[in-house]
Design a protein around this ligand. Structure first.
Ligand SMILES: Cc1cc2nc3c(=O)[nH]c(=O)nc-3n(C[C@H](O)[C@H](O)[C@H](O)COP(=O)(O)O)c2cc1C
Length: 157
């Protein structure tokens, strides 16, 4: 799903094709073949780098505005971007570009989830605490979007 969502978007602000503004950070709660923990996704290598191991369901609950969905999800995908660098390059347009890219990537994650009969939901979050959680790797970045993925409880009923 991560690979399919990040194969590039044709846009003038994403030149060369395949470059990106948002970085994907994950809290993995329960995914077959993956240790629970915090990860960053390297799209070119198509690899997940483990940042810290552990059960972070409580943390996901807190970071996702103290809602149950990100705690229940199999995995939470956080979109983080280096806004300072992006605003220097694009001016005010930079923020719109980051949001647009996040929306399209998030939409692709939704489609990938639904195609596999999984659930997906966009969520709000405590911005600065998200960055702290993924630091030092994410230091200096800003939180942009969050998509929680997993088996939907509504469909299990
Ligand atoms: C940027 C964004 C942020 C959202 N934040 C929340 C949120 O914090 N909590 C929430 O319940 N729904 C949030 N939603 C809406 C959910 O993604 C979803 O549409 C909603 O929960 C209804 O889901 P349902 O139709 O499956 O019941 C957000 C959507 C977007 C696009």
């Amino acid at each position: 799903m991560l690979d399919r969502a990040t194969r590039g978007i044709p846009a003038d602000f994403l030149d060369p094709f395949g470059s990106h503004l948002n970085d994907l950070y994950l809290i993995v709660n329960n995914v077959l073949g993956l240790q629970a923990g915090a990860y960053v996704y390297h799209r070119r290598e198509k690899q997940l780098e483990l940042l810290k191991r552990g059960d972070f369901r409580d943390k996901a609950h807190y970071l996702g505005l103290e809602q149950q969905l990100p705690a229940d999800a199999a995995v939470d995908v956080f979109f983080l971007a280096d806004l300072k660098k992006i605003l220097e390059r694009f001016g005010n347009r930079g923020y719109r570009a980051v949001e647009l890219e996040a929306g399209i990537l998030g939409g692709k994650l939704y489609l990938a989830a639904y195609a596999q009969r999984l659930g997906a939901t966009g969520l709000t979050f405590y911005d600065d605490d998200v960055v702290s959680f993924f630091s030092p790797h994410a230091r200096g970045k800003s939180a942009i979007f969050l998509v929680a993925l997993g088996r939907s409880a509504a469909k299990l009923r």
